[in-house]
Design a protein around this ligand. Structure first.
Ligand SMILES: Nc1ncnc2c1ncn2[C@@H]1O[C@H](COP(=O)(O)OP(=O)(O)OP(=O)(O)O)[C@@H](O)[C@H]1O
Ligand SMILES: [Mg+2]
Length: 507
């Protein structure tokens, strides 16, 4: 954040100062971060009162001020110094998209506060950009968080970087991240996600990126969008938002992304696994735990790179990160060193752990869509067979898969095709976790593709899957655990990796 007085914040967000004297409004400054969790507030901060699952942030206003917040951004007076924005004062696309991330916003107060947050973030971003901040925005159906983590690594040698923790990419997490930037920040890396057309344009309007990265267009959230074309059009809102003075980095291995070159006035830099691109990879090989090695080519030079993250799909993420860093003035040497030092950061994304008994657990349970399921299964198949080239043995492979959420009408077909792919990739044991229609379709797909007996089984929940695995895992097995993040499989994989019960009992 930049130092602003309460009066300045109120003016920017269009709010009323309540329980603050005029003199204090001009004297008291926000010097800390903006927080929506009162426990995260630090002295000088600003607290956002948002409705939540268990309680309303307005009820925590006093605690936030006691913790050091100088004021609360709220939808009604809260008995402590506040900047109050009125519900209903927030017409427009931003407010619509804001409401969608707040499940418990029954009276529009959350949308009003989010709208104010967007305005504040926009004002701060504009000032910081004018002073030299570079904003990098990343979108795509899969790999935004993974690429954001690689970007933070490759940009760090060039200056101070602010990037979101985890997957803060919506109308709350995105502006919250923007407001972590200070006049000392050189690079602000932002993840932009969408559930509806217009979401990415709205986020890009808050903090206009001068470098925009599009990774891929898949079928994540297909149920919400209705068609892959609608998803592509929404992702294209990022290249459309980059000005002529900026750069758009496109993963040209995805033809839908490559076609976005026509959608931007900015200069386009293509990355791919072929020499037709500006920044490209050749000679991609995976090690025994599916970490890619490849030759990175850019500007007529080349370097060998060995990534510390897992999965063939990380090559395109790494190419995008490399292209951004090169645009920002990094040398190929700096990029290579940074990529090689960048291990898994955000939780439950292809986190690979080999236990003392040689069982390897791949925890990829953060999220799942058809593309990331395919990527995960391919990595599993590779890891199971990787030793063969050296005359070693084929390892037994397990795919412990939960539901892929939000696929709408395609859910049955997509789950069926994942079941089939598991068999085609010769996965030894498929454990389908959950008994709904989609999971039945996954099991059915596997059986139709030729799986028989106990090769593909269905269990009701994560606890049953854990019990089965505890009984049957043998030395040297490799297990992929993957699902959309709501079904407890991430904790199951953590427990398997530790070889113990999950914290707080079975889940
Ligand atoms: N380029 C890629 N192509 C396909 N799958 C990928 C790619 N990069 C990462 N993945 C896989 O996709 C899943 C989600 O990764 P990540 O969290 O980086 O994506 P995201 O786009 O941030 O997702 P979200 O929309 O949930 O924020 C993980 O299983 C990861 O291994
Ligand atoms: Mg993410």
């Amino acid at each position: 954040m930049i130092d602003l007085t309460l009066a300045q914040v109120a003016a920017v967000v269009g709010g009323q100062l309540v329980d603050v004297s005029a003199a204090d409004a001009d004297r008291i400054r926000v010097t800390g971060t903006v927080e929506f969790d009162s426990r995260a507030v630090t002295p000088g901060g600003l607290f956002l009162a948002l409705p939540g699952a268990r309680s309303d942030g307005h009820d925590h206003a006093a605690a936030a001020v006691a913790a050091g917040a100088v004021a609360v951004l709220a939808a009604r007076p809260v008995g402590v110094p506040a900047i109050v924005v009125a519900p209903g004062n927030d017409v427009g696309a931003e407010a619509d998209s804001g409401a969608s991330v707040l499940e418990y916003d029954t009276d529009g107060s959350g949308a009003a506060v989010l709208h104010a947050l967007a305005r504040l973030a926009a004002a701060v971003a504009a000032e910081l950009v004018a002073a030299g901040l570079t904003i990098v925005g990343v979108t795509g159906s899969s790999g935004k968080t993974s690429t954001k983590d690689l970007l933070a690594a490759v940009l760090t040698p060039l200056g101070e970087v602010v990037a979101p923790p985890g997957s803060f990419n919506n109308e709350l997490g995105h502006p919250w991240t923007v407001l972590r930037a200070t006049p000392d920040t050189d690079y602000l890396v932002l993840e932009l996600s969408a559930r509806h057309p217009g979401n990415i344009a709205a986020l890009a309007a808050i903090a206009p990126p001068s470098i925009g990265v599009v990774l891929n267009v898949g079928t994540a959230h297909l149920g919400e969008f209705g068609s892959r074309e609608a998803i592509a059009a929404t992702k294209a809102e990022l290249p459309q938002a980059v000005p002529a003075s900026g750069v758009v980095i496109l993963n040209a291995d995805d033809p839908v992304v490559a076609a976005m070159a026509d959608k931007t006035v900015a200069r386009v830099v293509r990355v791919a696994r072929s020499p037709a691109a500006d920044v490209w990879a050749s000679d991609v090989v995976l090690d025994e735990v599916a970490r890619p090695r490849f030759v990175l080519h850019a500007g007529g030079a080349q370097r060998d790179v060995a990534l510390a993250v897992h999965g063939d799909h990380q090559v395109s993420n790494a190419l995008c990160a490399a292209a951004v860093a090169l645009e920002c003035g990094a040398t190929l040497e700096q990029v290579t060193t940074a990529l090689e030092g960048a291990g898994p950061v955000s939780r439950h994304r292809m986190a690979v752990h080999t236990r003392a008994d040689g069982v390897t657990v791949v925890n990829d349970a953060y999220n799942a869509n058809p593309d990331s399921m395919r990527a995960g299964l391919k990595a599993l198949a590779w890891m199971a067979g990787a030793d063969r080239a050296e005359g070693g043995r084929q390892r037994r492979s397990w795919a412990v898969l939960g539901e892929m959420a939000e696929l709408g009408d395609d859910a049955i077909a997509e789950h069926d095709s994942i079941g089939r792919l598991a068999v085609r990739l010769d996965v030894s044991r498929l454990v389908v976790v959950g008994t709904g229609r989609s999971m039945s379709a996954m099991l059915h797909g596997a059986v139709m593709e030729g799986s028989w007996g106990s090769e593909a089984v269905m269990v009701p929940d994560a606890a049953a899957a854990l019990a089965l695995l505890r009984d049957e895992l043998a030395d040297g097995d490799v297990v992929l655990v993957k699902a959309s993040n709501s079904v407890g499989l991430g904790e199951l994989a953590d427990a398997l990796a530790r070889g113990a019960e999950p914290a707080g009992g079975r889940s």
